[in-house]
Design a protein around this ligand. Sequence first.
Ligand code: ZN
Length: 279
Amino acid sequence: MKFATYTAHGQTLTGIVVGDTIIDTGVPGTMIDLIRNWDTLKPALEEKAAAGGGIPLSTVKLEAPVQRPGKTFAIGLNYADHIEESKMATPERQVWFSKAQTSINGPFDPIKIATGTMTADYEVELVAIIGKGGKHISADEAAHAIFGYCVGNDVTERMWQHAGPQWSLGKSFDTHAPIGPWIVTADEVGDPHDLGLRCLVNGEQRQSSNTKHLVFNIWQQVEHLSVGMTLEPGDVLFTGTPGGVGAAMDPRQFLKPGDVVRCEVEGLGHIEGVMVAEG
Ligand code: ZN
């Protein structure tokens, strides 16, 4: 199934996407509430999806599927070609940073280039949305901890990223975590480690790879993160970006106002945002 957060007639709701329609789930609260109660809600929501009767997707505004995730983490240096272009060594341990809750952005909303900055860059990524979550989740059990997947753009302010040893500030600018367009549930995705993904800027392909090339796979990621912290329903994990980022091009190509950035993951749809100057 596909679940979206959307706004229609001034109300923000959760919906089931069926073809080019969307059906109000009727579940009170946010996507996080839906995910938390998924086991109980699943039969009724499957019935709703089968009954149809939704409204056209084109008449609603799609929001980030999880608008205020408790945690958003992203793994760095997790595709061989991106490690090489970044002139870094392959990490022996997973390299993680956080993205601020306020960086979450809708799938088709503008992405703001902050005043005084010049080095905004794109990173297409498969994003995993935590379901049951938990702590001390082994890699063998990790698939059961995930509710579903969506497309993400780990937008990065490169100068700020590399201004110190800690990347989080350069990864946390407002609007720098667009996700969506909806969550495809894990059972519908099947194997998340065999999905093509691409990023295009103004129609020009910049990144193209497959999640089978992840250095640390998603199960290893969940195991590693849950050693020390409890993963909760709706937590967002960016699983790494392949080669082709603007900072590694010759000459370097950063995003400028008016650029349109489209990120796609096979079977999950696409997100697309225009870059705008803040203020
Ligand atoms: Zn990234």
